[in-house]
Design a protein around this ligand. Structure first.
Ligand SMILES: Nc1ncnc2c1ncn2[C@@H]1O[C@H](COP(=O)(O)OP(=O)(O)OP(=O)(O)O)[C@@H](O)[C@H]1O
Ligand SMILES: [Mg+2]
Length: 160
């Protein structure tokens, strides 16, 4: 699934659509360079779940936990493990469990800890965009549950 959005509100709308479909146990991987919009997407998701606390990027702590009515939400940002390494000794795989939903920025740095079944959201700047606000969002799935989730998301977003 691929679309062009024109501003951050449109990015957060897609995130909110996803928030309405997600279940405990789901893992969302966020891909894209610095400033692409990974944290912005996660903010839109968190707000749609009623999280009022501002969601900041957890760069120095690696993980922040938020409570929702149905499950804990873990927001991981493992950017600094790209330079420091050592991601395999931290027990981060504990965050990927059946009771919680997790978002991972820079997931390529903890590839070995990730569950196979995951939804991947890639954000990219658009080459000829003069506004600086456009992004191409590509969403792909691996595994049974994430494939079903992606199909539901396609139905929701095409219907809007
Ligand atoms: N369409 C858009 N979608 C998302 N963010 C946008 C968009 N247009 C502009 N922006 C801006 O781009 C910036 C994205 O920053 P954000 O922190 O979300 O990126 P990030 O991918 O998490 O970066 P980092 O790798 O540093 O964590 C924000 O300032 C946001 O307002
Ligand atoms: Mg970020």
């Amino acid at each position: 699934m691929r679309m062009i959005v024109n501003n951050l509100e449109e990015t957060q709308k897609i995130a909110a659509d996803l928030a309405n479909l997600v279940q405990a146990g789901d893992t969302i991987l966020l891909d894209g360079e610095l400033g692409a919009g990974k944290t912005t997407f996660t903010q839109g998701f968190a707000r749609a779940l009623g999280i009022k606390r501002p969601l900041r990027s957890p760069t120095f702590t690696l993980v922040r936990e938020y409570q929702t009515t149905n499950f804990p939400l873990y927001h991981l940002d493992v950017y600094r493990l790209g330079e420091e390494g050592g991601g395999d000794e931290l027990g981060l795989e504990d965050y990927f469990n059946a009771d919680s939903v997790s978002f991972v920025e820079w997931s390529q740095y903890i590839e070995a800890q990730l569950p196979f079944d995951a939804l991947k959201v890639s954000l990219e700047r658009v080459a000829d965009d003069t506004t600086g606000l456009q992004r191409m969002i590509t969403i792909s799935a691996r595994g049974e549950r994430s494939t079903a989730l992606l199909k539901q998301l396609q139905v929701t977003t095409n219907g809007n």
